[in-house]
Design a protein around this ligand. Structure first.
Ligand code: SAM
Ligand code: SF4
Length: 328
């Protein structure tokens, strides 16, 4: 079993399958873009499966595929199938921007995908285009429909809340959980690799943080009913709105840090294991894999150096990688 020095059991691995993306979200990617890694630098599917085999034997039960945009990596269903066949893996989920979901949902489900999270920060087409710089909300909506038809439920919607940009959509987005069986989750903006101006008339990044207590205050006006059977493996605090089919959730990376229950490690697309999203510490698994060295001692090392918590609220984020290079 993988247990860190603070007694937290590691049962969940987030895997970035690519650092590439077909979108350009203002809070995730600098205006100038980022240099992509070459194909050789990125883990092959067999290498990812080998890492999952090793951690599954040590008690990891759930994996989430993310990126970059995971659906731009060719043949993703092939990887899902490989992971679904690994003994011990009970849950495979995906975080996506939804732009390619319409075409891929069915194959992903057939391969063993159980659940998806789709990032959607606004329901307004023009604002959606400004936030993503390139995306089309119509494509995302078609992707959501396809996912629903294939039974990828409950669909979780991730909304990053930004002051002066979309905080007036907290209530309408929350209401989507009444009209549809969706879980709508509100996420605090994190200062990761996005502190340069975002362009296109956006205010300065540091003025856009919208704390979870203000999100909660807005949601409380709708009447929040606590949920007893929490879904998923993540840190969202969940509620029902009265009469809702779905749920609302809040993810407070900064305002009410949830580090004491952290159960996860992250694998970057280029094969580094990161004990914590917010710390720059990383352990190179790819080198060991490619030179035939055992990787379990390195995984144990990553678990051992997992910090108790991050200090993002009081200190700047580590420089180096932006969100899509780590795997958000
Ligand atoms: N491309 C996929 C997507 O957008 O869902 C997966 C990768 S993306 C990095 C994963 C999640 O991180 C998305 O829900 C996105 O909104 C979120 N994210 C990215 N940058 C963020 C930031 N600076 N603060 C908070 N959430 C962020
Ligand atoms: Fe791409 Fe997702 Fe980052 Fe947006 S949030 S730029 S879709 S990786």
């Amino acid at each position: 079993m993988l247990i860190d020095s603070f007694g937290r059991r590691i049962t969940y691995l987030r895997i970035s399958v690519t650092d590439r993306c077909n979108s350009r979200c203002v809070y995730c990617m600098p205006l100038a873009g980022v240099p992509w890694k070459s194909h050789d630098e990125i883990l092959r599917y067999e290498e990812i499966a080998e890492i999952v085999r090793v951690v599954a034997a040590e008690g990891v039960r759930a994996v989430r595929l993310t990126g970059g945009e995971p659906l731009v990596r060719p043949n993703l269903p092939e990887l899902v199938g490989m992971l679904a066949a690994i003994p011990g893996i009970e849950d495979i989920s995906l975080t996506t921007n939804g732009l390619l979901l319409e075409q891929q949902a069915e194959d992903l489900v057939k391969a063993g995908l159980k659940r998806i999270n789709v990032s959607l920060d606004t329901m307004q087409p023009e604002l959606f285009r400004r936030i993503t710089r390139v995306g089309s909300i119509e494509r995302v909506m078609r992707g959501l429909e396809a996912a629903e038809k294939c039974g990828l439920t409950p669909i979780k919607i991730n909304m990053v809340v930004m002051r002066g940009i979309n905080e007036d959509e907290i209530i309408p987005m929350a209401r989507l959980s009444i009209s549809r069986p969706w879980h709508v989750r509100f996420i605090e903006l994190m200062p990761l690799g996005n502190q340069q101006p975002w362009g296109d008339g956006f205010p300065l990044p540091e003025t856009m943080y919208y704390p979870i207590r203000e999100i909660r205050a807005q949601l409380e006006t709708l009447g929040l009913e606590p949920v007893l059977d929490k879904s998923g493996n993540g840190p969202a605090v969940e509620y029902h709105l009265h009469g809702a089919q779905g749920r609302v959730g809040m993810i407070a990376a900064l305002g009410e840090a949830f580090c004491d229950t952290c159960n996860r490690l992250r694998l970057t697309a280029d094969g580094y294991l990161r004990p914590c999203l917010m710390s720059a510490e990383e352990i190179n698994l790819k080198e060991a894999l490619r030179s035939g060295q055992p990787i379990l001692p390195l995984i144990q090392q990553a678990v051992d150096v997992k910090p108790l918590g991050h200090e993002l609220a009081s200190r700047p984020a580590p420089e180096g990688r932006c969100m899509l290079q780590i795997g958000g």
